[in-house]
Design a protein around this ligand. Sequence first.
Ligand code: PEP
Ligand code: MG
Length: 314
Amino acid sequence: QLLESKRNKDLPAVTLDGREVELAANIGSPHDAALALEWGAASIGLFRTEFLYMQSNELPSEETQYAAYKKAVETMLPRSVIFRTLDIGGDKALPYLQMPPEENPFLGYRALRLCLDRPDLFKTQLRAILRAGEHGNIRIMFPMVATIDELRRAKEMLREAANELGLASLPEIGIMVEIPSTAIMARTFAEEVDFFSIGSNDLIQYTVAADRGNKSVSYLYQYLEPSVLHLIANVIEAAHAAGKWAGMCGEMAGDPQAIPFLLGLGLDEFSMNAPALPEARDLIRSLSLVECRKLAERALKCRSVEEIQALIAD
Ligand code: PEP
Ligand code: MG
């Protein structure tokens, strides 16, 4: 596996006709950052920061978080790390956080919703991330943003944290696009962020209303679902119209069937589990952007997953 990881890691992720994209890795701990480098990650597209909260019996302190985040930042230097702020709730409960029992946890009190409600907890994390950023190259993104008001409140808290630390400038700020309301309103959001990262895992589940882990409804949960492709196209278009970039950090970004469409739609950054990088890199280097654009255009006219699969087989 190690040999496989080294095989093409220093080659650029560039199509035959010269379109270069960023191939990034998703990580869940500072230790993963070193592994991501072995697999040839150009950056970290998603640092899931839940690990410290899940490992511990109490809320991790600013110092504990700072030390862990700094390690990841320093490991990746001069490459950048996108920190996703706490995405707890849903299926990820914390025993020491009093959370009301919910009938629909995935539609409930989770991620940014919880953080906006708990400025103490949120500010502690934001301060730890901003301090870690002083040691390298970071970006910050918020998960599960559903409305522009949530984004504004989150940015306000980030500005407050930066002021408390006496920081003159902020890192680039982005959002995960993983709720259909946000994908639909992407043009509005694009004016107030520096980048988008599409969270296809949740975006698909919320678009077709099918739990991403429920086998009995998995027929609905498809990367090539036309409604999902239209939402993705809208997000990328909106980002580019505003001069911003768009990436994807859900599992779909590493799927060989999906990559040609995503390239054709203009996706700028693909962030995936590190072991998926070599195959994705080979694939991108074997494709032509012009052909991928034609494929994407035709896919957006399809009426079903089956039609899109037939298009690929063709
Ligand atoms: C996603 O929803 O696509 C995503 C990357 O976030 P997570 O899998 O952590 O919910
Ligand atoms: Mg998600």
